[in-house]
Design a protein. Structure first.
Length: 282
């Protein structure tokens, strides 16, 4: 039996709940985005690196983006308070974390299961690709021979049959979008059976840790939206980004390539969510 994890996003409380729930497995496959978008990137990497079980990992779109930042190739708006999560994460990872991440590939083809498995993050071609429908699953499967095509990125669980092949989105450990608050999702592969598991974690402890973290102080808007996603299982980070884009378009009459930092903050401050939800993360 193999455990498959993806999109931990620096949520150590969710990762620990998954590891505690996990049955005896021969390997753990990690499909990227272990770090980025959360306050405990070092802790999450260290937890995986120190397991006695073999861990096979690939890069997610966040790790690719962070590696660019680490090498000084980040965009102009990188340091902005609105989306400073990248700069914050780069500053906190240790040299041995970067050595580890630089050694990972974007995809892996493995033969440790019958028929073989292809690991990727978003899609086999792009780490930020999206496979959420039968049509895109069939397109991905057509170009590959492995029986199992396994990815993350969408933070949702999906399983598609394409002839003898199976194409799966394995869910998110740290920021699940399966519309269930306070759960971590991971997947078990046992011969021909794929099982999605949703595990409750100590949401109150996780939110308190978020609020007390240096991350939330330095990345206030993005981290608040991430905490809302943890509480609800709904895409509040995406909602915030969509609101900012709409706000800027309405204010300026066009969408600039790089939104001015002051306007980003103005938009984020104008964003309104349910009162009970806002109260939980104050």
């Amino acid at each position: 039996m193999i455990a498959i994890l993806s999109d931990i996003h620096g949520n150590i409380h969710a990762l620990d709940a998954v590891l505690a729930d996990m049955p005896n497995v021969s390997e753990i496959w990690v499909l990227g985005d272990t770090v980025g978008g959360g306050p405990f990137p070092c802790e999450c990497l260290d937890r995986l690196l120190n397991l006695s079980i073999p861990v096979i990992s690939i890069l997610g779109n966040w790790e690719e983006w962070l590696l660019e930042g680490y090498k000084g190739l980040h965009p102009e708006w990188w340091e902005g308070k609105q989306f400073a999560t990248g700069a914050w994460t780069v500053d906190h990872l240790k040299p041995y974390h970067w050595t580890y991440l630089e050694g990972l590939s974007k995809t892996l083809s493995l033969n440790s299961v019958s028929g073989g498995a292809l690991l990727y993050h978003g899609s086999p071609e792009k780490s930020d690709g999206t496979i959420l429908a039968q049509e895109t699953a069939a397109e991905a499967a057509a170009d590959h021979k492995e029986k199992w095509l396994l990815g993350g990125h969408v933070h949702r669980t999906r399983l598609f049959r394409v002839g003898y092949q199976r194409v799966a989105a394995v869910g998110s450990v740290g920021l699940s979008l399966d519309k269930i608050g306070g759960v971590a999702c991971y997947t078990l592969l046992d011969r021909d059976h794929l099982v999605f598991r949703h595990v409750a974690y100590d949401l109150n402890a996780a939110i308190v840790a978020y609020k007390n973290s240096d991350y939330m102080k330095n990345v206030p808007y993005f981290s608040h939206a991430g905490a809302m996603t943890m509480i609800t299982g709904l895409p509040y980070v995406g909602k915030l980004i969509d609101f900012i884009n709409e706000y800027v378009l309405e204010r300026l009459g066009y969408k600039p390539e790089n939104i001015p930092e002051a306007l980003c903050i103005e938009a984020a401050q104008a964003w309104k969510v349910e009162g009970w939800l806002e109260e939980m993360i104050k």
